[in-house]
Each structure stands twice: as structure tokens, then as C-alpha cells.
Design a protein around this ligand. Structure first.
Ligand code: NAI
Length: 383
């Protein structure tokens, strides 16, 4: 099916960003929001962004006017009747999403594809609220959508395979890289990234290393652009804690995804990170803090523990059919800016060593949290 007209429902941070991407890729793009102020904010923000891009010579005046011609902002949902694809990016609430899907289905053609940009709700559950669940899928963009290259394409149990093929082409036309994720908690990126935060929080809570040391070790030894605590402060503890909670709950309280009390307390205190002026660190951070010291042994212990949990999670996701090895690696590099894909990293370190590290943690803690994936053995045999 050929797509040339797209409707974006919800003109907040994600909706506006996705609309910008669609318009710049040449799609006629209709934005709808039930809140008139949000519509105006989005119109102003996209006008400002295109002017800024023009003033920096990133786009020409003609391109700017072409992109704006492709966009329209609507306060009435009936405007979207002729579109071939709807991308919903409204508030993260299943009941409110269900209501809008039934309104959308009453307006669009029978062949129109309907997608949700949800980060945490079950795609299969959302599809089930539609009259025609076969046309429904997840299309998960990353924030900020115009800059982040990755889009997770998530078939619901009910999705017609032809819909996924159309979405793969559409994502490519947007200039993005699409990966296929099985409908499961956190999809790929939000699931695989959990250990970066949760294992770091455990090490910190056990007073084995300071936040500064853990951050420095992961940057020095792993080449991560940001340490886990700096990154959590940037994302915001409200958002990061809520994603962890949602993944933990959706996995029926599997201890591997258990949230942290120290992060919960930051949320309670309103120390949400950079945006609040305080999280694990105070902001602005002093520029002359000097190098963070740690000894070689601590550096290795911390890095081995965090990277082993990350690789184990990625291997388990592949083992359980959440994604392919190559999509697992693409997703973390493009959706979370990791310096390497986790499967490739595991291959470099050795899957047997990752397994031994996890078994050592299991012996030390006697917790089900530390379970080597069965997939580690399989990948090790293939080496
Ligand atoms: P936001 O709060 O910035 O925007 C949501 C917009 O939806 C608001 O403008 C609101 O007026 C509008 N809205 C609410 N109910 C509506 C309805 N019934 N009909 C029409 N418009 C309605 O939220 P944000 O951050 O853009 O998130 C939107 C969706 O994208 C959520 O499902 C979220 O989980 C998902 N998402 C968010 C990411 C992020 O980093 N913010 C990343 C990836 C996905």
C-alpha cells in the first residue's frame, strides 16, 4: 500500500517531532490535538524550527516553505478522513487511547493503517480495542524524533503482515532505521537499557562505588557518552522511574527489572534531575571538579558487572525472539547512543565470560535477578 498522507494525533513533544520528520520526507501531514493551545504551540514551534534551520543554512527558503505547505494543524478530527496512515501520540493512557481509536476508525477508510507511538502499553491490548485490529501496529519513535534515527516497528498479535511491510517502507522513506520488535514490555531499547540504570543503582546502594566513580568507569572502560547517573539525571527521574516500574510490572515483577528505592526517593523529593536543578548531582555542575579517582580493581568490577547484565539482557531478548541479533545491536546504537551493539560487545568479551560473571553474582547474592540467559550458551557454541 502506498502512503502519501499521514495524520499525527497529539501535537505534543513527540507528535510535533514526528510531524516534522514526515513533512521533511515529503508526506502531506495533518496534525490533530484536542487542546487548542497545544495546536498553537506545535504550529509555532515547527515554524520556529524551520526558520532556525534556514538561518543556519541547513535548509533553503524554498524547502522551508515546502515543508510548511506539507503541514496542517487541525482542531477537528474529521480533517483526517482521507489519510492512509494515522500515528497516535497522545497521553500515555490506555482508556483515552481506546476512545480516540474508535473515533479514528469511524472516520478513516477501511484500508487506513493505525499506529501508536506508545512506550509502555501492550500493542496487542491496544489493537484489541479496535474494530479492525489487523490494521493496527506499534510505531515507536525516540525523543527528539527529528534527531533520533531509530523507529521500533511492533506488530500486535493481530497485525496483518502486509501492514508491517508497508510500515518498513514508510520508515525507510522517513530516512530512519526501522527494527522489528516483538510486542513485549519495553520493546527493545527500553528493555535492554534497564540494566544500565538498575545495576548501577544497585552498586551505588551497596556503597561499592560513588555515582561519580560509576559514571567515570562506564565512560572510561565502556566508551559510553554519559555515565548512568548523568543519563538518569538528564532523562528525568520521574520518567526513568516510571519506565522501570512499567517494565517491572509488565514482567510480572521479575526481580531482574526491580526498581530502586534511591531513585523513588529522588522522585518523592522532586529532585528529578537536570530539569529540577538537582538529581543525583546538583546543576549547574562545577566545571573544575577534577578527575574522578578509582582503582583498577574497582573499575573492572563495576564495568564487568554492568556490561554483563546488559549483554545478558540483550542475549535473552534475542533468545526469546523479541528481536534479531542485528536489530538488538542497531536499536541500542541508534536508539540509546551506545558505543557498540550489546551482542557484538558480548561476542568481543566472550559469552562464556559474561555467563561466568552472572553466575558469580548469583553465588554472591542468591537472587533470581542474576540468571544467565540460556542464549549465552547457544551463542557461545556458535563462536
Ligand atoms: P505530550 O504530553 O508532550 O503530548 C501529548 C499531546 O496529546 C498533548 O498535546 C495533549 O493535548 C494531546 N492529547 C491528549 N489527549 C488527547 C486526545 N484525546 N485527543 C487528541 N490529543 C490529545 O506527550 P509526549 O511526550 O509527546 O508523548 C506522547 C506519546 O508518545 C505517549 O504515548 C508516550 O508514551 C509516547 N512516547 C514519548 C516519548 C518521550 O520521550 N516523550 C518517547 C517515545 C514515545
Amino acid at each position: 500500500m502506498k502512503i502519501d498522507t499521514v495524520a499525527i494525533i497529539g501535537s505534543g513533544a513527540m507528535g510535533s517531532g514526528i510531524a516534522q520528520v514526515c513533512a521533511m520526507a515529503g508526506f502531506t501531514t495533518l496534525l490533530f490535538d484536542k487542546n487548542a493551545a497545544a495546536v498553537e504551540r506545535s504550529r509555532k514551534s515547527l515554524n520556529d524550527i524551520f526558520s532556525m534551520l534556514e538561518s543556519k543554512n541547513k535548509i533553503t527558503a524554498t524547502e522551508r516553505s515546502n515543508y510548511l505547505d506539507k503541514l496542517s494543524w487541525n482542531e477537528s478530527l474529521s480533517a483526517i478522513s482521507g489519510v492512509q496512515l494515522v500515528i497516535e501520540a497522545i497521553v500515555e493512557n490506555a482508556e483515552i487511547k481506546r476512545e480516540i481509536f474508535s473515533e479514528i476508525e469511524a472516520i478513516v477508510d477501511a484500508t487506513c493503517i493505525i499506529c501508536s507511538n506508545t512506550s509502555s502499553l501492550s500493542i496487542t491490548g491496544l489493537a484489541a480495542t479496535c474494530t479492525e485490529p489487523g490494521r493496527f501496529a506499534g510505531l515507536h519513535f525516540f525523543n527528539p524524533a527529528p534527531l533520533m534515527k531509530l523507529v521500533e516497528i511492533i506488530p500486535a498479535l493481530q497485525t496483518d503482515p502486509a501492514v508491517i511491510e508497508t510500515l518498513k517502507v514508510f520508515v525507510q522513506q522517513l530516512g530512519k532505521t526501522g527494527v522489528i520488535a516483538r510486542d513485549s514490555p519495553g520493546f527493545i531499547v527500553n528493555r535492554l537499557a534497564r540494566s544500565y540504570y538498575s545495576e548501577s543503582l544497585r552498586i551505588y546502594e551497596e556503597h561499592q562505588a560513588t555515582t561519580e566513580q560509576i559514571d567515570q568507569i562506564m565512560k572510561d572502560k565502556g566508551g559510553f557518552k554519559m555515565g548512568p547517573f548523568e543519563l538518569m539525571d538528564l532523562i528525568g527521574h520521574d520518567i526513568n522511574f516510571s519506565v522501570t516500574n512499567s517494565v517491572f510490572t509488565s514482567f510480572f515483577f521479575d526481580p531482574r527489572y526491580k526498581p530502586s528505592h534511591s531513585q523513588k526517593q529522588l522522585v518523592e523529593a522532586g529532585w528529578l534531575g537536570r530539569k529540577a536543578g538537582r538529581g543525583f548531582y546538583r546543576y549547574p555542575r562545577p566545571a573544575d571538579a577534577g578527575p574522578v579517582e578509582y582503582n583498577q580493581e574497582l573499575g573492572e568490577q563495576v564495568f564487568d558487572r554492568i556490561i554483563s547484565m546488559l549483554v545478558n539482557e540483550a542475549v535473552d531478548a534475542v533468545y526469546l525472539g523479541v528481536c534479531s541479533e542485528s536489530d538488538a545491536d542497531l536499536a541500542m546504537q541508534l536508539g540509546a547512543n551506545y558505543p557498540k551493539g550489546l551482542i557484538a560487545w558480548g561476542r568481543e568479551i566472550g559469552f562464556a565470560r559474561i555467563q561466568a560473571n552472572i553466575l558469580r553474582l548469583r553465588e554472591a547474592y542468591h537472587e533470581d535477578r542474576y540468571r544467565p540467559s540460556k542464549g549465552l550458551e547457544e551463542l557461545n557454541d556458535k563462536l
